[in-house]
Design a binder for this molecule. Structure first.
Ligand code: GLC
Length: 737
C-alpha cells in the first residue's frame, strides 16, 4: 500500500493573490526583509529588533513565546512599518509545547499515526495560544546511528514508518486550514540526509550515493510534502561535497523540479553563512547567491539575504525575479496562515488549551511508546496486590525535567509525574522504598549504593530507573560510547546480588548497548524520554493495567562497533549465515585464512543486532500462521493481498503490531534484504484468532532505479509477515509485465 499520507489540503490561490498584491508594492529592501529570520529571545526584543521590524527588514522571528512580547513585535510590524506586513512567529515545537509528549523516536514505537497526529495537534494548540504559528517539525531524517544525538528526534530507520508518521505530524500541526485557530505551519526537516552524518557526529559530512538518497532518505520528505507540509528546512550537512543549503540538485532539480514544491524553504540556523565555513563560498555575498540560486527562500540567522541580495540585484549579479519568487513564497505562507487578516492570532486569547486533556493524551502516548525488551519468567507485570513493598531505585526514578528529553524549551516540568511519584500515588508512600543511588546518570560516586541495596533488601522487588539525562542526546550531543553512562551498570550488579527480582526501566534519547544490562535484570522496559507522563504510563504497564505493545523503530546494536546496523541492509555478495560464522573465542589457534565464513560479519559481535527493527514483547504471546497470497502472479495495476492468521496464544488481552515485509531479490539495483510495506495494530483477547490482510500494489514494489524513475520491476518478490523484521513466515509471488 502506498504511504497513508492524505492528499494535500486543497490549495486555493487566494493567499498567493493576496501576497502578489503586497509584493507589487515592495522595495528591494522590503522584499529581502521578508527573507530574514532573527532570534527574538533575550532581553528587550522589542527595543532591540523594533527599528528593523519597523523598517521592514525582518520577516520572521524565532525563539520568542511570550504572548505580550509577541503582540508588541507584531504591533510594530503591522502598525509602524510602511506596508504593515505581519511577522511569521516560529519555534521548534518538536514533541509538545508546554505539555511534553514522548520523544519522536518514542512516539514512533507506537506505530500509531493517529496517536502521533493527536500529539502534534495538541502541541499546535498550546503553541498557537502563545502566538507561535510556524514549527520546525517534523524531523524525518532516517537515522541508523545511535551515536548521533538527533536520533532522539527522528522517527527511526525505516522510510515507510517515517513517511507515515511524519505525514501524520504534518496533518496534526496544520489541520485542514492553516488559518484556523490552534494551527501551526509545519516545516519538514532536515533536507536531506542529515542522519547519515559521518561517525554519528552531528553536522559532519554525509556522503550519500544518489540511489541511496532517493530510496532511503527522500521518501519521508516526499510523504510529508504530500501531506501538505507548508515548508522545508535545509540540512547543515555537506552532501557529497555540496552542502544542502547551497545544493541546487537537491533543492532545485529534486524539490522544486521533480516534486514541484512551491512552498517556503528555510535554511537551518546560519547554514547559509556556514557555506563559507564548509569551503563552498568565498564570502557572505557568494553564500547568499549560492543559497538563493539553489532554492532557499528564508535565511535563518546569517543575514546573508538582507545584507547582500539588494546590492547584487542592483549590480545584475542576481535577477530580481528570483528575489520576487522567494518573497512571494514567504508572503503566501503568511496569507495562508491568515496573518494579514488576524496578525495577532490566538496570542490575544486567554483560554489556554485544556491541560488535563493534554496530560491524558501524554499518558496514552507514553504508554504506547514503551517497549518491553525482556520479561523472563513473567517477572512483569508486578502483582501490586501481593507486594508489601517495592524498592524504587536509580538516577532517573524522580527526574521531572530529565524524563522530558531534548527539545523542551517550553516544556513545563511541573506537569511531569515521575515514576517515583506515580508509584507512591498507586502503592502508597509506605509501600515504596526509594533510593536514587546515583545523583545523576553520569555520576560515578557509589556512596548511594548502600541505601539502594538496603531498600532492595526490605522490599519484594526492585524497579530501577536508569538511562541518560536529557542533555546526553539531542542536537550536537553525540556519544562514541553508547553504554549506560556513569556507574549505572555497577548499580545494577549491586542490585542483582540482592537476589530480588529486578525490573529495569531505561529512559534515554537513543538506543544503548544493553547486553550487560540484560544479564543483570529479570525484565527490561525501554521508555526513551517519555515526557511529562512517563510515571503514570510506566505504572499502567508495570502493574499490568496495560500490556505493552511498543515496537522498535530502530535496530539496537550489540556494540557501537556494529554501527551502522539496520534491518533494511543489502544482502552483499557474501551474506553471513549463522552456521558458517564463528565467534572470536571459538576460532582454533592457527586457523587458516579461509577456515570459516568468508562473509559480512564481525568476529566478536556477529551480524545481528541486539534487538531488530520492529521488535517488542507483550504480556501475552502472538503466533503467526498461514501466510497466503491472493495470487502467485500479479500483472501491473493489480493488487496482491497477503493474509496471515494471528493468534493471541497467551492468557491475557494484548495488542500486536503485525508487520509485512518484502524483498525484490533480483532488480536493476540491489534492494534491501527486507523492506517494511505494511503494518496493522490488532488487539486480541486471550485465545482470539484473526486474519490480517495487506494489499500490495505495484506502487509498494516500486523503487527509484538507475535512471531515477520510480517503478516496480517485473520478477519475483519475497513476502514475510510477523511481529518484527526477522519474521519467518514466507511467501513468494511474481510481477509480470
Ligand atoms: C537548530 C536545528 C534545527 C532547528 C533550528 C532552529 O540548529 O538544527 O532543527 O529547527 O536550529 O532552532
Amino acid at each position: 500500500m502506498a504511504d497513508a499520507a492524505h492528499a494535500a489540503a486543497p490549495q486555493t490561490d487566494a493567499p498567493q493573490r493576496r501576497a502578489e498584491a503586497v509584493l507589487a508594492r515592495m522595495t528591494l529592501e522590503e522584499k529581502a526583509g521578508q527573507l530574514h529570520t532573527v532570534d527574538a529571545s533575550g532581553p528587550d526584543p522589542a527595543g532591540r529588533l523594533g527599528p528593523e521590524i519597523a523598517s521592514g527588514r525582518i520577516g520572521a522571528v524565532i525563539n520568542q513565546v511570550d504572548p505580550a512580547t509577541l503582540r508588541e513585535l507584531q504591533r510594530i510590524a503591522v502598525e509602524d512599518s510602511r506596508l504593515g506586513v505581519p511577522l511569521l512567529v516560529s519555534r521548534d515545537v518538536i514533541h509538545g509545547f508546554n505539555t511534553i509528549f514522548p520523544l519522536p523516536i518514542g512516539q514512533a514505537c507506537s506505530w500509531n499515526p493517529d496517536l502521533v497526529r493527536d500529539c502534534a495537534r495538541a502541541a499546535a494548540g498550546e503553541a498557537a495560544a502563545s502566538g507561535v504559528r510556524w514549527t520546525f517539525a517534523p524531523m524525518v531524517d532516517i537515522a541508523r546511528d545511535a551515536r548521533w544525538g538527533r536520533i532522539a528526534e527522528s522517527l527511526g530507520e525505516d522510510p515507510l514508518l517515517a513517511s507515515i508518521l511524519g505525514a501524520a505530524m504534518v496533518e496534526g500541526f496544520q489541520g485542514e486550514d492553516l488559518a484556523a485557530p490552534g494551527t501551526l505551519a509545519a516545516c519538514v526537516k532536515h533536507f536531506a540526509g542529515y542522519g547519515a552524518s559521518e561517525g554519528g557526529r552531528d553536522y559532519d559530512a554525509t556522503n550519500i550515493p544518489d540511489n541511496e538518497l532517493r530510496n532511503t532518505y527522500l521518501p519521508p520528505f516526499k510523504a510529508a510534502l504530500k501531506a501538505g507540509a507548508a515548508s522545508v528546512m535545509t540540512s547543515f550537512g555537506d552532501i557529497d561535497g555540496v552542502p544542502a543549503t547551497g545544493n541546487a540538485y537537491l533543492l532545485g532539480d529534486i524539490l522544486r523540479g521533480e516534486w514541484d514544491f512551491d512552498g517556503v524553504v528555510i535554511s537551518d540556523w546560519d547554514s547559509i553563512g556556514q557555506l563559507i565555513t564548509h569551503g563552498l563560498s568565498e564570502d557572505m555575498a557568494a553564500a547568499a547567491r549560492e543559497a538563493a540560486e539553489a532554492g532557499v527562500d528564508m535565511d535563518m540567522m546569517s543575514s546573508a539575504f538582507i545584507e547582500h541580495l539588494p546590492e547584487m540585484i542592483r549590480a545584475g549579479a542576481v535577477d530580481e525575479a528570483r528575489l520576487d519568487a522567494m518573497a512571494l513564497r514567504v508572503l503566501t505562507l503568511k496569507a495562508a496562515l491568515g496573518l494579514f487578516d488576524d496578525p495577532y492570532g490566538q496570542a490575544h486569547q486567554d483560554a489556554a488549551p485544556c491541560v488535563e486533556a493534554a496530560r491524558d493524551l501524554a499518558r496514552r502516548a507514553a504508554r504506547e511508546s514503551l517497549v518491553l525488551l525482556k520479561n523472563d519468567a513473567g517477572a512483569l507485570p508486578l502483582d501490586f496486590g501481593a507486594i508489601d513493598r517495592l524498592a524504587v531505585v536509580g538516577p532517573m526514578a524522580d527526574q521531572p525535567y530529565e524524563q522530558m528529553g531534548t527539545w523542551v524549551f517550553d516544556g513545563d516540568e511541573t506537569r511531569s509525574i515521575t515514576p517515583l511519584e506515580a508509584l507512591q500515588d498507586t502503592l502508597g508512600e509506605d509501600r515504596v522504598a526509594f533510593a536514587p543511588a546515583l545523583e545523576t546518570t553520569r555520576s560515578r560516586d557509589r556512596s548511594g549504593f548502600k541505601a539502594a541495596v538496603e531498600a532492595a533488601g526490605m522490599s519484594d522487588a526492585v524497579l530501577v530507573c536508569l538511562g541518560e539525562e536529557a542533555i546526553l542526546s539531542g542536537e550536537a550531543h553525540c556519544r562514541a560510547d553508547i553504554t549506560l553512562p556513569g556507574a549505572q551498570l555497577e548499580l545494577l550488579e549491586a542490585l542483582r546480588e540482592t537476589g530480588k527480582p529486578v525490573v529495569a526501566v531505561i529512559m534515554a534519547g537513543r538506543p544503548l548497548t544493553l547486553a550487560p544490562v540484560l544479564e543483570r535484570v529479570d525484565a527490561l522496559i525501554y521508555a526513551w524520554h517519555a515526557g511529562n507522563m512517563a510515571g503514570p504510563a510506566l505504572v499502567d504497564v508495570v502493574c499490568g493495567a496495560f500490556s505493552p505493545a511498543g515496537k522498535l523503530p530502530v535496530s539496537f546494536p550489540r556494540s557501537v562497533g556494529q554501527i551502522p546496523i539496520h534491518y533494511n541492509r543489502k544482502n552483499t555478495g557474501r551474506p553471513p549465515e549463522a552456521e558458517r560464522i564463528l565467534h572470536i573465542d571459538d576460532i582454533e589457534v592457527g586457523a587458516n585464512q579461509t577456515s570459516f565464513g568468508m562473509s559480512a560479519f564481525h568476529l566478536d559481535d556477529g551480524y545481528t543486532p541486539q534487538f531488530p527493527f520492529g521488535f517488542g514483547l507483550s504480556y501475552t504471546r502472538f503466533e503467526y500462521a498461514d501466510l497466503t497470497l491472493s495470487a502467485d502472479e500479479m500483472t501491473r495495476g493489480d493488487t496482491v493481498t497477503a493474509s496471515v492468521t494471528v493468534t493471541n496464544a497467551g492468557d491475557r488481552e494484548g495488542t500486536e503490531i503485525v508487520q509485512l515485509y518484502i524483498r525484490d531479490p533480483a532488480a536493476s539495483l540491489t534492494r534491501p534484504v527486507r523492506e517494511l510495506k505494511g503494518f496493522q495494530r490488532v488487539s486480541l483477547k486471550a485465545g482470539e484468532r484473526r486474519t490480517v490482510r495487506f494489499d500490495l500494489t505495484e506502487a509498494d514494489l516500486a523503487f527509484s532505479g538507475r535512471d531515477r524513475r520510480v517503478r516496480a520491476e517485473a520478477g519475483a518478490f519475497e513476502v514475510w509477515a510477523g511481529g518484527d523484521s526477522t519474521a519467518a513466515l514466507h511467501a513468494r509471488f511474481v510481477l509480470r509485465d
